[in-house]
Design a protein around this ligand. Structure first.
Ligand code: SF4
Ligand code: SF4
Length: 293
């Protein structure tokens, strides 16, 4: 049975509940977790805040992990990361977390599904939730970076249970000290050097007093490189096939290795597909975690 507001836990009970929840998520493979206040999502548009998805929402639990493994980064075969994905594992842990909260504490827990709701906008910005919950901070390159692991995938669960909140990071993970040094010496960072906005790339920014104070990003150009395969690749391929009047030409599109690879990539990842990530490959945050012998 789901508890009513009258059965609100004491602060001690809520702290103990968060400890049990954290232990469950870590056993399930979480590398990071946090709890954001559901009322802190002011920068999200109306209709896309926790309370819009779950009436009475109090908290957003965020669980992070399942990044590409070190060997995935090391492989010189670009089709490897283009085909496989690791984000699904964080979604199954997110679903398990929602089930745990409802079963153990008797409060509503809504898993935020990957994918888009309306206007190509996600149900809830999981990146914002991860930042508010202190799992990481937004970076010049875009992704929320965890201070130790760098790029992680995240899943969010909206709940009516009042777990104690974990605060946002006091010190942002980006820019890394090495990036500040590089900026001061050369006016660029590893990610802006590999993908410079002014020279056919997507990223630019400004660092002042060791802090990122401006970020410029060509989302359209990045999307055209990041989404060659997977769901957008499928949409493009299908459109091309439907445009063919000739049956043989249609077959050539549908049975091509590009279209087949796109279907394989969709079976691997519900959330994201690593089709570029050159900006992350050179990022010092999490570099130790990506390097093996
Ligand atoms: S994912 Fe690729 S195209 Fe997009 S910003 Fe990073 S390096 Fe540039
Ligand atoms: S390389 Fe990483 S840490 Fe450095 S500025 Fe770019 S995103 Fe930030």
């Amino acid at each position: 049975m789901i508890a009513s507001a009258a059965a609100a836990p004491t602060a001690e009970e809520a702290a103990a509940a968060r400890g049990r929840l954290a232990a469950m998520m870590e056993r399930g493979g979480a590398l990071a977790w946090g709890v954001a206040d559901a009322d802190a999502f002011d920068e999200a548009p109306e209709g896309f805040r926790p309370g819009d998805l779950l009436p009475g929402a109090r908290r957003v639990v965020v669980v992070g992990g399942s990044p590409p493994r070190a060997a995935d980064w090391a492989s010189p075969v670009h089709e490897h990361l283009e085909t496989m994905g690791t984000s699904d594992r964080i979604n199954s842990l997110g679903l398990k977390t929602a089930k745990f909260i409802e079963a153990e504490f008797g409060y509503y827990a809504l898993f935020v599904p990957p994918g888009v709701r309306r206007g190509n906008r996600p149900f809830l910005s999981v990146a914002l939730a991860a930042e508010l919950a202190g799992c990481g901070s937004r970076s010049l390159a875009g992704p929320v970076l965890h201070p130790e692991y760098g790029l992680l995938f995240y899943s969010a669960i909206i709940t009516t249970y009042p777990f104690p909140v974990t605060p946002p990071l006091a010190e942002p993970a980006c820019p890394a000290p090495a990036c500040v040094e590089m900026w001061e010496a050369e006016g660029e960072t590893p990610c802006t050097r590999v993908c410079p906005l002014g020279d056919g790339g997507c990223l630019d920014g400004r660092i002042e007093d060791g802090r990122l104070v401006e970020r410029r990003y060509d989302a359209a150009r990045c999307t055209s490189r990041v989404y060659t395969h997977w769901i957008p690749g499928f949409q493009k391929g299908l459109e091309l096939a439907l445009d063919q009047d000739d049956a043989e030409a249609r077959k050539m599109v549908l049975y091509s290795s590009h279209f087949t690879k796109t279907l394989w990539s969709m079976t691997y990842a519900a959330q994201s597909q690593g089709q570029c990530w050159e900006c992350m490959r050179v990022c010092p945050v999490g570099a130790e975690f990506r390097d093996k012998a």
